[in-house]
Design a protein around this ligand. Sequence first.
Ligand code: ATP
Length: 236
Amino acid sequence: MSGPILEVKGLVAGYGKKRAVHGVDLTLNKGETLLVLGHNGAGKTTLMQSVFGLNPPMAGQVFYEGRDVTARNPALNVADGLAFVPQGHAIFSSLTVRDNLELGAFVETDRARIQKHLDDVFSMFPILKEREKQIAGTFSGGQKQMLAIGMALMHGPRVLILDEPSIGLAPNLVDRVMKSVEEIKRRFDASIIIVEQNVKYSLPVADRVVVLKTGGVIYEGAPEPLMDHQKLIELF
Ligand code: ATP
């Protein structure tokens, strides 16, 4: 692991006059899996949407690979290797699995790279290969989540932000999705932020953890102390 690939400084974000994130500092180091934990309404999604440019910050800055990308257009972020997989399986339901994946590569012009990413996605999630001609809307929740992650991987991101990938999934599928994180890092050389409420499945894959509460950071550090149930109860 080396220096920061993504840095968030004093980020304030919200909706209209309402502030949901109050001056958050966050660092994602290259090659790291950073877990952002917090209960419902803690501000996790608002923070990530703001980092990605979907909800421009009210104050603060975002640096990606040392460049100031605060409030940058999300399409430019995607083209520059910063990917965001929103909550709730953002896929094109009426298209086939294969078409969804091809659309995920919309910013990529190099056919060889597209094929390489497709091969990587198919070997990580074989079900997508088996059902590549199936209409994506007929997929189960877990399959849709794999497809949404696969779409984000199709343009070879260097930073991948996953917003609550476990939501609505059966435990065995949550485990499957979490385990794919290690493989994504290896195959794509990506650094990853996972936003979660599911402590049990996400802590084991984290290198570092940030806990948010009412829009502020209340813990930042190693995952191990949070494996102590009592510590978690104190924090949440
Ligand atoms: P969850 O796990 O439920 O997604 P979260 O930690 O991601 O929670 P946010 O969704 O960021 O939290 O919500 C933070 C605060 O902002 C909450 O008080 C929420 O009610 C509020 N909020 C979220 N979305 C909107 C919106 N579109 N308009 C107004 N307020 C919002």
